[in-house]
Write a protein that binds this ligand. Structure first.
Ligand code: GDP
Ligand code: MG
Length: 167
């Protein structure tokens, strides 16, 4: 089985954009393995000459303070959380433009309970002061942080290298 990397974060931070950047195709898994049930949340990242890994976009996770029923208790969220809890590596995605929010704090608290290896990924750092964004999230205490722009494909190769180094 391929190692599984889960993309976790509050809505709108760019999880799906990153998922597409990593897998290049929404239907990678379906495409490669005919007969596999279509599930747009799963894909495969095949970096050239490097280790292949599976990616899950846990789009269903929202915080307790927001969309309670659809968020933490809904069936989609349960599946998403189960995927994250079983992942070999979690990428905790945050929005470098908006900075740390209460919902980020809440998701991080939940992630710590899962005790899965977790990397902080600051997205949307195109056209902003990356250092300021790094400073804003410093209180989360991650030793290694990757700043990226999924939409502009900046930092994606570096992110892939970091991910493979952790798998
Ligand atoms: P999700 O809810 O976490 O899956 O977020 P989406 O991938 O749907 O992205 C939410 C919005 O942020 C969309 O309008 C994206 O185009 C935008 N977005 C995603 N990544 C970036 C980025 O790196 N830079 C900028 N400026 N916008 C981004
Ligand atoms: Mg999404």
């Amino acid at each position: 089985m391929l190692p599984l990397v889960a993309l976790v974060g509050r809505p709108n931070v760019g999880k799906s954009t990153l998922f597409n950047a990593l897998t290049r195709s929404r239907d990678a898994l379906v495409h490669d393995q005919p007969g596999v049930t279509r599930d747009r949340h799963y894909g495969v990242c095949r970096p050239e000459g490097q280790r292949t890994f599976a990616v899950v976009d846990t789009g269903g996770i929202a915080g307790e303070s927001e969309h309670l029923v659809e968020g933490l208790l809904g069936a989609t969220a349960r599946q998403a959380r189960a995927a994250a809890a079983e992942a070999d590596l979690v990428l905790f995605i945050v929005d470098g433009r908006e900075g740390a929010s209460a919902l980020d704090d809440e998701i991080l608290a939940w992630l710590r309970k899962t005790a899965r290896p977790t990397m902080l990924v600051i997205n949307k750092t195109d056209g902003i002061d990356t250092q300021a964004a790094l400073n804003d999230f410093a209180r989360y205490g991650f030793s290694e942080v990757v700043a990226i722009s999924s939409a502009h494909r900046q930092g994606i190769d570096e992110l892939i290298d970091e991910v493979i180094g952790r798998l």
